[in-house]
Design a protein around this ligand. Structure first.
Ligand SMILES: Cc1cc2nc3c(=O)[nH]c(=O)nc-3n(C[C@H](O)[C@H](O)[C@H](O)COP(=O)(O)OP(=O)(O)OC[C@H]3O[C@@H](n4cnc5c(N)ncnc54)[C@H](O)[C@@H]3O)c2cc1C
Ligand code: FES
Length: 282
């Protein structure tokens, strides 16, 4: 294929080298990657909330959010829970291996609506990955925001992702970090309880506050109920959806929710935008 044709192929992935692999939990790993092409590396940019298509050659392609922050562009990070074919193949890879990358795709968290507000992050399990990109972003531009509260839960202490970040956020005096687990162990000193339950206990004020949530569907369902009880209105609540995708580009029609394409119109939506379509999802 000549170069000109390749340039025009929207599905053509760029080569990325894995430079670090961090085991997060028994089934989740974070990969640090960098572009092989230095010119591309210098010109690449993205916004928190965007995703990309990652390929393992000979196995296939899968969608993951970019879990690092646009304010830290030395390399990119993405985190993968092993659930099937491509994710298992990714888990076999090591430093020095090459993968394909195309993106960034989709919209992003609405920084213009978040600036000057209190931010409440509510995450569960691997759902912290997209929130983490935004959390690092707002930590790096801390003066633009008011109070920042992060509530993050997992089934057990061993299932908590990004423990190195959680420790740093607990120590950061400008953040309120509340980790919780469904079931603790003898070393666990944090809260024990489901995320929506702990959220109700914390009673964050909805005044000038934006809530941003991502996690398993059951957690989202009860988190939305808890936020409603606390007085948050649909325009104050944002989430990022993980519908099954193929092209990532609005071409295959695989990812719709109502009239919206998650890959093009999302993945980030306010509850106001999606509340009429999500009853089957959550
Ligand atoms: C915008 C977006 C961002 C995402 N970000 C992340 C991320 O940061 N980290 C992460 O681990 N995963 C993320 N996902 C989910 C990820 O894309 C799937 O887990 C992955 O594609 C599965 O690939 P596989 O070939 O291993 O699974 P397959 O072998 O294709 O399927 C294995 C099982 O997983 C189910 N499955 C596959 N894709 C999805 C999906 N999108 N949602 C729910 N169930 C699915 C299948 O139905 C099947 O039961 C994201 C998805 C989207 C759309
Ligand atoms: S993934 Fe193809 S249209 Fe959205």
């Amino acid at each position: 294929m000549n170069e000109q044709v390749q340039e025009k192929n929207i599905y053509h992935p760029h080569l990325m080298e894995i430079i670090k692999v961090i085991p997060e939990t028994g089934d989740t790993k974070t990969f640090h990657i960098k572009f092989q092409d230095q010119t591309l590396a210098k010109s690449f940019s993205f916004l928190a909330g965007q995703f990309a298509e990652y390929s393992v050659f000979g196995e296939g392609e899968a969608t993951f959010c970019i879990s690092s922050s646009p304010t830290r562009l030395t390399h990119l990070e993405f985190s993968v829970k092993k659930v099937g074919r491509v994710t298992s193949a990714l888990h076999q890879l090591n430093e020095g291996d090459l993968i394909g990358f195309r993106g960034p795709y989709g919209n992003h968290f609405p920084l213009d609506k978040l600036r000057g507000q209190n931010l409440l992050f509510v995450g569960g399990g691997i759902g912290l990955a997209p929130l983490r990109s935004l959390i690092h972003n707002v930590v790096d531009t801390r003066e633009d925001y008011r109070q920042i509260t992060i509530l993050y839960g997992a089934r057990t202490p061993q299932d908590l992702c990004f423990r190195y970040d959680l420790e740093a956020w607990v120590k950061n005096p400008t953040l309120t970090m509340v980790p919780t687990v469904d079931a603790g162990d003898k070393n666990w000193k944090g809260k024990v309880g489901l995320v929506p339950m702990v959220l109700e206990e914390l009673k964050p004020s909805p005044v000038e506050t934006v809530a941003i949530t991502c996690g398993p569907p059951i957690m989202i369902r009860y988190t939305l109920k808890a936020l409603d009880k606390l007085g948050f209105t649909p325009p104050q609540v944002w989430t990022t959806l993980e519908m099954k995708m193929k092209c990532g580009l609005g071409k295959c029609g695989r990812c719709n929710i109502g009239p919206l394409y998650v890959c093009k119109d999302g993945p980030v939506f306010s509850l106001e935008e999606i509340r009429n379509f999500i009853s089957d999802e959550f």
